[in-house]
Design a protein. Structure first.
Length: 405
């Protein structure tokens, strides 16, 4: 039975009041109903302690399990009119990341590293048996994964400088090296680790288990952004992995790049949602705070900044929606996703700074949501390709010249 929402218009206004150009109108009734359930869950169960979790760098209990139950990949509501499709529509994926990031960027990141980078490593890199074994349990959250590429000495240049080494000995591989920043590695069941084949110098990917001998995981402390996300250092000392746990279809750096640029759009969506969250927090503040005898929302200089924030958001939504459409049609490329990520992250930084300024001194207190978005924007600016690295991807396509080194 297909969902028909009697109150569609009111629901759209209630859920997405900031969506001036009505991109949310393109959601099906089933998708909209799903997002309604998501917002209800987030607001009723997770809103109350959210800022405390950020301040204390703790993960809200049950969040990953709740998202699995909601089934953002498997829920029949997302397949109405697209029965037999491999996944939910790209437009839904945009609006889902948007809605979650509008609530909290850390929670969206936690999910994104599992269902985007990690999941796609299995999807693109796995052979038939590996896909049969892992794809469904990962999609339903029965199993949890992450993405272990970056190293302490190699971030932007990791494709060029990957140091973690894999040495083949008969039907097994011995892994040695270190990984840094790996989101959710401390709770992952299966960790895809990228390493360089000691013999051929070619990249490889391996399924490593958290509890395996030789695997040490430490959560990085004292971050000023995405504090809810446990980012980890992983040390691998003579870790043994069977050949059957090598992700067979990852043999070139182009294979890794494909995973990165397929999920980069997700970061563009996330940056858009974060702008909406910053705008919501700021709007709340200006309608409560009084100075010179009036609500600060009365002042032209404040309204100009609110209008700039709204305008940045609207531009980012338009860019995200177009990228989602191209992804749906299979026409996306790395230039489109790099532009989306670079541009939306840049606008996000500007938007949260304006919101933070409007909230005055209270804007630096974690108990006010704007402070959380302000901090988190810095991580979004840096991960999944820094501003400069995405600019170099775009510049290479424009000029035909690679200026990375
Ligand atoms: C919160 C967070 C979560 C993350 N999660 C993960 C994860 O789950 N898995 C994972 O594998 N990685 C993860 N990362 C790593 C992330 O992808 C890297 O931080 C990113 O690639 C940048 O690398 P770096 O931090 O080492 O900076 P560097 O590469 O050292 O860059 C430092 C500065 O130099 C600039 N720069 C570098 N090269 C050039 C150049 N050629 N031209 C111009 N400027 C240049 C950069 O743009 C940047 O401004 C995460 C990072 C963060 C902060």
């Amino acid at each position: 039975m297909t969902t028909v929402l009697e109150n569609r218009e009111e629901l759209l206004k209630e859920l997405f009041p900031e969506d001036v150009l009505k991109f949310s109108d393109e959601l099906s009734d089933g998708e909209l109903e799903f997002l309604r359930q998501l917002v209800e869950l987030l607001e009723t169960k997770y809103r109350k302690d959210l800022n405390d979790h950020w301040a204390n760098a703790t993960v809200p209990e049950g969040f990953f399990e709740d998202m699995g139950k909601l089934g953002y990949y498997t829920n029949p509501l997302l397949y109405e009119g697209r029965e037999g499709a491999f996944g939910p529509s790209q437009h839904f994926q945009f609006m889902f990341a948007y809605t979650l990031a509008r609530f909290d960027v850390s929670l969206n990141t936690l999910l994104g590293v599992h269902s985007g980078l990690g999941f796609n490593t299995f999807l693109f890199g796995g052979n038939k048996e590996q896909k049969e074994k892992y794809i469904l349990p990962l999609a339903t959250h029965e199993l949890r994964t992450c993405f272990a590429l970056t190293e302490p000495d190699h971030g932007s240049d990791v494709a060029w400088g990957l140091e973690t080494e894999a040495r083949q000995e008969g039907d097994k591989w011995i892994l040695n090296g270190s990984k840094r920043w790996i989101g959710g590695a401390n709770v992952a069941d299966v960790i895809p680790v990228f390493a360089r084949d000691a013999e051929t110098g070619k990249p490889r990917a391996f399924i490593v288990r958290r509890e395996q001998e030789g695997v040490d995981i430490d959560v990085i402390q004292n971050k000023i952004a995405l504090k809810i996300v446990p980012n980890c250092d992983i040390t691998l000392t003579n870790v043994e992995v069977l050949e059957e746990d090598r992700l067979e279809n990852i043999t070139r750096f182009r294979d890794i790049a494909k995973i990165l640029y397929s999920t980069r759009a997700g970061v563009a969506y996330m940056a858009t949602g974060a702008m909406a969250g910053a705008l919501q927090a700021t709007l709340k503040y200006v309608t409560e705070r009084e100075q010179f005898g009036k609500k600060i929302s009365n002042y032209q200089l404040v309204q100009e900044k609110l209008a700039m924030m709204q305008s940045n958001l609207t531009n980012a939504m338009a860019l995200s929606a177009r990228i989602a459409k191209l992804q749906e049609e299979g026409k996306y490329d790395e230039v489109a996703t790099s532009i989306g990520k670079m541009s939306n992250a840049l606008r996000l930084r500007e938007t949260v700074a304006m919101g933070r300024g409007i909230c005055g001194g209270n804007g630096i207190l974690v108990e006010n949501d704007i402070a959380r978005f302000f901090g988190d924007a810095e991580a979004v600016f840096t991960y999944e390709g820094t501003h400069e690295i995405n600019a170099l991807v775009i510049g290479r396509a424009m000029t035909g010249v690679s200026a990375f080194n």
